[in-house]
Design a binder for this molecule. Structure first.
Ligand SMILES: [Zn+2]
Length: 182
C-alpha cells in the first residue's frame, strides 16, 4: 500500500527510505526489490553512510572561507588529543576557540562586520610600528609585537624553524594539527 501511495506521488516513510537508498548508490535494491543477506546489507549500508558523511564534511570545510586554517589541521573526524589531555578546561576552551576561528582577532571580527580581508589590519602593529599586517592567527602567533613576551616565553623554545618563513604550512597549522604531540 505504501508503495502504491508513493507511486501516486503521496510521500510517506517508504518514499524517504527509497530516497536514501537511491542517494547512497543502493538503487539496485529498488530495482530488484532485494537486499540479499540482511546483516551484510546493513553493514555495507552503514559504512556507505559513514563514508558519504565524511566526504561531505571534507567538502564543506574545504569550501568554507571561515575554515581557512581549520581545514589544514583538522583532517580526521575524531576527538582531538588536546581535549583528552590533563590540562585546565580553560586552556582547552581557548584552544578550541582559536582552532575554530571563534576569537577576537580582526580577521574574524572584520568578517562579521563585512570589512574586506585586506583591511582587517592589526591596529597595535600599525600604531606602534607603522606596519600594515592583517590581524590573523599567523600574525598573532609569530609577528605581532603585542605578544612578544608570550612568543618568547612559549613559542620560540618550541618552534625551531626560521622565523622568516613561518608560512601557512609551518605556522598555525603546525601548532594545531591533530597529530601534534608537543
Ligand atoms: Zn600586530
Amino acid at each position: 500500500m505504501l508503495q502504491s501511495h508513493d507511486d501516486c506521488g503521496r510521500s510517506n516513510w517508504s518514499s524517504k527510505v527509497k530516497d536514501i537508498l537511491y542517494k547512497n548508490g543502493f538503487w539496485i535494491c529498488l530495482v530488484t526489490q532485494e537486499i540479499g543477506d540482511v546483516n551484510i546489507f546493513i553493514k555495507m549500508f552503514k559504512q556507505r553512510l559513514i563514508d558519504c558523511y565524511i566526504q561531505n564534511w571534507h567538502d564543506d570545510i574545504n569550501m568554507s572561507r571561515r575554515c581557512y586554517h581549520y581545514k589544514h589541521f583538522k583532517s580526521l573526524l575524531t576527538v582531538e588529543k588536546y581535549l583528552v589531555l590533563d590540562i585546565p578546561l580553560t586552556n582547552k576552551r581557548l584552544l578550541s576557540k582559536i582552532r575554530c576561528s571563534s576569537h577576537t582577532l580582526r580577521i574574524e571580527v572584520g568578517r562579521h562586520l563585512n570589512i574586506p580581508r585586506e583591511e582587517r589590519i592589526c591596529i597595535h602593529c600599525l600604531t606602534s610600528r607603522n606596519v600594515l599586517d592583517i590581524d590573523c592567527e599567523l600574525h598573532a602567533f609569530f609577528y605581532c609585537c603585542k605578544y612578544n613576551d608570550i612568543q618568547a616565553q612559549y613559542l620560540l623554545n618550541w618552534y625551531d624553524r626560521p622565523m622568516e618563513i613561518p608560512c601557512a604550512l609551518y605556522g598555525t597549522e603546525l601548532l594545531f594539527q591533530t597529530t601534534t604531540t608537543e
